[in-house]
Design a protein around this ligand. Sequence first.
Ligand SMILES: [Zn+2]
Length: 330
Amino acid sequence: MSELRQRARATAAGEQEQQRQQPQAADSAQTVPAAQLLSAGVSADPAADALDASLRTPAASSNAAVDGDSDSEYIVCRVKRYKWAPPAGCENHVYEPHQGEGSQYLRDFILGVNDGIISTFLAVVSIVAGGGSNRTAQLGAISVAVAGAISMGLGEYLATKSQHHVNLGEYALEREHFKYHRDRELDQLRGFLLGVGLEGNLLEACVSQIGRSDAALMKMMQAFEFGGANESIERNPLTAMFTSGKLFLIGCVPTVLPFFWAPTAWDGLWCAGLCVGLMLFAVGAYKSRSTKGVWWYEGLENLLFGVVGAAVSFAVGRVFELLFGVDLPC
Ligand SMILES: [Zn+2]
C-alpha cells in the first residue's frame, strides 16, 4: 500500500516537473505513441500524421509581434462557462496544472461553508421573524453552529470511512479475480482499451504487457472500472471530518457575530443578512475557480439560493407567530 502510494506521489511529482518544462517537451512526448505504433507493426495513418503535424506547428503569435515579450507568446485562454473547447485564436493555449490532491476537498469547502452560512442564517431569520429577541437569536445561531459542525463532521467521517472500506473490499475481490479468473479480467481490459481506440496488434500487445503485472492490471482496473487510479488522492476520513466541521463553523460566523453587536434582533438580522449575502456571493465566485465557470454568475447563483431559502424561513417564522402568537423569552 505505502509503496503504491509512494509510486503515485513520484508519478505526480514527475507530472509537475513536466508541467514546468517548455511546450517543446510536450511535442516530443507526442512522438512516443507514433513510435510505439511503428514498433508494433501498425502502419502510419496519413490523417493522424496530418493531425500530429498540425499539433506541433507553432501558431503565429500576434501578441509577441506586438510587444516583443516572449512570455506573452503563450496566451492564457480561460475556458468560459463549461465550454470546454478552447475558443478560436487559442492555439498557443498555456498548460494549466490540475488541482491535484486539493480538488477532492473542494466539495467539502463548498458544502461545509455554504451549509454553515445557510443553516445558521435561515434559523435566525425564522427566530427573528417569529418575534424572537436578540438573545434568542444569539442562542439559536450558536446552537445551529455547534450542532451543524458536529453533525456535518461526523456524517463526513462515516461516509468517507465506509467509502474507503467499500474500495478496499472491491480491490480485494479484484485480486481474487486476477488469481482465479484472469482471462475474464484480461477480456475486460481488452474492452476498456478498445473503447479508447486501441485495436489489432497494438491492442493485443498492450493487453499482454499490462496483463503481465498485477500492479499494472490493478491500476488499469482502478481507473476504468472503479473510477480512481491514484491511491494518494483517496480521502482521509479524519481530514474530511475536521475540514467539514471547521468549514461549517466558518460559515456560521457572519450570522453569529452581528447579533452580539446589534442593539435589536432586527438590526442584527439586517447586518447578518448583508454579511451572509456577501459571503454567499464570495463562495460561489470562488467555486468558479475550479469549475472554470464565470465568477459573477456562480456568485449570483449561490446568492439566489440563499435569498430563496431566507424568504421561506421568514414565512415560516411569520406563520408561527400568527398561529401561536409566541413571544419567546429573553
Ligand atoms: Zn473483476
